[in-house]
Design a protein around this ligand. Structure first.
Ligand code: FMN
Length: 198
């Protein structure tokens, strides 16, 4: 990336860095930190996987009753952070999050491995569970309930889409003189970019 002549489209640039992050031995180059603000105003963060990136936004999938979902319902503002080493690259994204269409979540759920589908029913994500045996028993119960039948998407599980308003690219350089470019946009206006001191 040429930080003195930054590309016009930060989404295409993010896709390029994601593609370049796919290297042998690296698991989950699409892992990103998702930071939300809880209803009491405190931040919380966890890793989720990016499942789709395009002009509409950045999609990830989760449980709609989880702690992050409770936070997003009260406050749709969120931040995402990618970090790749040894590339020494960070991307920070901020924006607002909405649930994606049921039809799209259904289509994605249908592509998941069967055990992951069963897990989505079995896990009351972010709620207390007595022990491992209780979780395993629930998985067995749901597996036997569906038998060989297709597992439908649980209504409490699906996608979210973050619409970015801020995308910052950071490239680590020697002597801490790193390169940074931040892109911002209002609504559907063209992206504006600005180089920042490291
Ligand atoms: C590499 C990695 C990938 C993960 N991907 C997801 C994901 O795509 N969706 C998800 O709900 N949780 C994912 N998790 C688990 C979350 O980090 C988190 O534990 C879970 O979503 C519950 O978060 P919450 O209680 O803050 O809502 C992932 C964890 C790791 C370490």
């Amino acid at each position: 990336m040429d930080f003195d002549n930054p590309p016009i489209d930060p989404v295409a640039q993010l896709q390029l860095w994601l593609d370049q992050a796919q290297r042998p031995g690296r698991e989950n180059p699409n892992a990103m930190l998702l930071s939300t603000v809880d209803p009491d105003g405190r931040p919380s963060a966890r890793i989720v996987l990016l499942k789709k990136l395009d002009e509409q936004g950045i999609d990830f999938y989760t449980n709609y009753r989880s702690r992050k979902a409770v936070a997003l319902k009260a406050n749709p503002n969120a931040a995402l952070v990618f970090y790749w080493d040894p590339e020494r690259r960070q991307v920070i994204i901020e924006g607002t999050v909405k649930q994606i269409d049921d039809v799209e979540s259904d289509a994605y759920f249908a592509t998941r491995p069967r055990m992951a589908q069963i897990g989505a029913w079995a896990s009351e994500q972010s709620q207390p569970v007595a022990n491992r045996a209780a979780l395993d028993a629930k998985v067995l119960e749901i597996a036997s309930q569906y038998g060989a039948k297709q597992v439908p998407r649980p209504p409490h599980w699906g996608g979210y889409r973050l619409t970015p308003t801020h995308i910052e690219f950071w490239q680590g350089q020697d002597a801490r003189l790193h390169d940074r470019i931040v892109y911002t946009r209002n609504g559907k206006d063209p992206w504006q970019s600005q180089r920042l001191y490291p």
